[in-house]
Design a protein around this ligand. Structure first.
Ligand code: ZN
Length: 437
């Protein structure tokens, strides 16, 4: 211990200098202007957004919103009188649609892949790849490669995104059992590490899985559930579904033979085969939340796009609150031949979420109906009570939509990260197109 109180004061003074005058006093944020002629606005603590056509997700009509300290502090139809002495940034949104920030419940933030050799390990996904897609909360995870990639790296990458202004969480484990962990157990990771919400993506019905037995699945799901009870976190087992004919059989057995609540099991990629999607609908009726992946689907493929799957889900009148959509951003989207070798591959894009939402709007679905699988449904499953809805007290995570229904401006916890579809806040090692960092 050296220096005592005066040493600490000097340290804080130094930190304040690094943040720059008038910083928000939380984390240093890196700001770079895409064009020196239009500098990034100062990070106001108070902002008044006027004439926002609010979908909370339910339509609330035109409202004025007061943002204070990163939260939605007030919302109403009569423009508030703000004292002159207050330093308030005012933005007139002129009737543009404003929605809660999207929550991406499945992204390979460290980069996934590796299925066709080490040269196919996908690089980490930089901050603005998410924010440009209207994503304000992300859950990172490991997939096939839980050997060269580790929980430690995933936790550090998650924390890095948080330091850059995103709300970020992750899962422990990966495709395989025994699960890759940081503390030595799934339960320990969820209990001891704040950003870890559950376990996943544990693979079933896939040639890349560990071929888990029912008992093995139950044990890892129970660990997640008990850790969820101990912490108030989601405590879920997020399951990667492969193309295998066994489909969701293991999950049905788990529901039949254990005391675990259905919500603990969240199968993802369930739109990758049409028959699998029907199975998933039955599980939603039994209480599971099912997750669709917004991946590209080629004509004639035995799969549904996320928007087609959502339309079918709504038409079947399955439980509206139990369907979510995620991007698989940063993940490898491999196609395998009969011998299990990769024939070709793509990379999941976070922007696919916003694109899926825009397609639904284009097809005439009301915004209030289309939003929950991207916002409130995800927040409810993940037990994130300040996310997924525009209501007083919630985090000021919001997206202003363009006329085409795509993210135009994106605010994360009261800070504009994207203006006019261009990032004004970037990740630490990102460069703006055409410019050096
Ligand atoms: Zn997966």
């Amino acid at each position: 211990m050296q220096g005592g109180a005066s040493g600490l004061a000097r340290l804080f003074a130094g930190l304040a200098f690094l943040r720059g005058a008038g910083g928000r006093g939380t984390v240093p944020r890196r700001r770079k202007a895409p064009d020196p002629a239009s500098p990034v606005p100062a990070p106001y603590l108070l902002q008044l957004l006027l004439n926002a056509d609010v979908f909370a997700p339910e339509p609330l009509g035109v409202q004025h919103l007061l943002i204070a300290g990163g939260r939605l502090a007030w919302m109403g139809t009569v423009r508030p009188e703000v004292p002159k002495e207050w330093d308030v940034a005012i933005h007139d949104l002129k009737g543009a649609r404003v929605i809660p920030g999207l929550i991406d419940g499945h992204a390979h933030v460290t980069g996934g892949g590796g299925e066709a050799g080490p040269q196919t390990r996908v690089p980490a996904v930089p901050l603005s790849r998410f924010t440009r897609g209207g994503i304000t909360t992300v859950v990172g995870l490991l997939g096939t490669d839980d050997v060269t990639r580790s929980t430690a790296d995933l936790v550090a990458t998650t924390r890095g995104l948080v330091a850059e202004g995103m709300t970020a969480f992750c899962y422990t484990g990966g495709y395989h059992l025994p699960a890759t962990t940081l503390t030595g157990s799934v339960r320990g990771d969820i209990v001891h590490i704040d950003c870890i919400l559950g376990v996943g993506e544990l693979a079933i019905s896939d040639h890349r899985s560990s071929q888990p037995t029912l008992d093995e699945l139950l044990r890892v799901a129970a660990d997640a559930h008990v850790a969820g009870l101990m912490t108030g976190k989601a405590g879920i087992c997020h399951l990667h579904l492969g193309d295998g004919a066994r489909g969701l059989d293991l999950v049905r057995q788990a529901l039949d033979q254990s005391e675990l609540p259905a919500r603990v099991f969240q199968p993802t990629h369930v739109n990758r085969r049409k028959a699998l999607f029907e199975e998933a609908g039955e599980l939603a009726l039994r209480g599971c939340h099912i997750d669709l992946t917004a991946f590209p689907v080629e004509p004639g493929e035995d799969a549904y796009t996320a928007e087609d799957a959502l339309e079918r889900y709504w038409a079947a009148e399955w439980p509206q609150a139990r369907v979510t959509v995620s991007s698989d951003g940063g993940g490898c989207l491999p196609h395998f031949d009969g011998d299990g070798r990769v024939s070709h591959m793509g990379v999941g894009q976070p922007a696919a979420l916003a694109q899926c939402l825009a397609t639904l709007l284009e097809r005439g679905h009301p915004l209030g109906q289309a939003l929950p699988p991207f916002t409130s449904n995800v927040a409810d499953l993940l037990r994130l009570d300040k996310k997924g809805r525009l209501r007083v007290g919630a985090d000021a995570d919001l997206v202003v939509l363009s006329d085409q229904g795509l993210p135009e401006d994106v605010m994360l916890q009261g800070v504009w990260h994207v203006r006019e579809q261009q990032p004004v806040v970037c990740g630490t090692f990102e460069t703006f197109e055409g410019r050096q960092a």
